[in-house]
Design a protein around this ligand. Sequence first.
Ligand code: ADP
Ligand code: MG
Length: 312
Amino acid sequence: MGQETKKLSDEYEITGILGRGGFSVVRRGIRRTSSGENENENNDVAIKTLKRIGPTTPLGKTTAATSMGFPTRKQVSISDALLTNEILVMRKIVENVSPHPNVVDLYDVCEDQTGVHLVLELCSGGELFDRIVAQARYAEVEAASVVRQIAQGLVAIHQSDIVHRDLKPENCLFLNQTKNSPLKIMDFGLSSVEGYTDPVVGLFGSIDYVSPEALSQDRITTKSDMWSLGVILYILLCGYPPFIAQSNRQKQQMIMAGDFSFNEKTWKSITSSAKQLISSLLAVDPHRRPSALELLNHPWVNGDSAKEDPMD
Ligand code: ADP
Ligand code: MG
């Protein structure tokens, strides 16, 4: 981890834009190296800049708050709370999880008047979202590989008491362009660390993936991520989401009632093992959902029920 005062432009050359979010811009960059040093090393990075929007806290204060824990809600605007939160979670990941094949790595943090720059491992294979759109439906063995990789990442972060809270195909990136590229969980902007006060209470991720307990403002736990993974698996296998409604209000009611079905023609050709797995992940009662570790031991996920899988 670099010094807090490190200047971004001294250390990295920005080469393009990778994506944009509500409070952030993500750019591609190359680490400047002193002559002859690590010539063969991969110096490509992604730089996520979290902008300060609300009343800014003094630079040093944010840094101190970051290393000690969450500042109190009164001291910061929502944008600053999110910013502080993401850095705190990423630091915890660096301490407890990295390097992990299924979790994006944080290399460095730089800070200036614009905000905070998280220097991240570059994942140049695009979002899982784009591959789903391009492919429409996944074969079961391919879907199992995606679920296995996300579950492996979740095991690691859940063991560190981190709940992702915004797990969706837009927040899973492939490391490279190959078909068998590793898949990485990223965007810990809305994540929470169990045991800390949650500065983003009431805010949750995309409605399509959000759990019933998040909607009803109940306690959000690692099992809430398992619900989101259930939604992802459903979409992978049929190409459309489990909860479709005319209005968000109606969709919320369906989610809270666990009101989904497999009654379309599409699901006829899908194994009962896959359907049972989805039903267990989309259980309204979080206690009835498998943990990430339990999921990895499920035959449909670990490949025991798909020995014909050429990738395994
Ligand atoms: P936000 O919190 O604003 O949603 P994200 O962290 O999800 O921001 O990043 C926004 C987009 O930028 C991502 O969906 C992805 O397309 C791109 N991106 C983010 N991190 C990386 C990375 N490490 N490598 C490549 N692209 C990235
Ligand atoms: Mg995102």
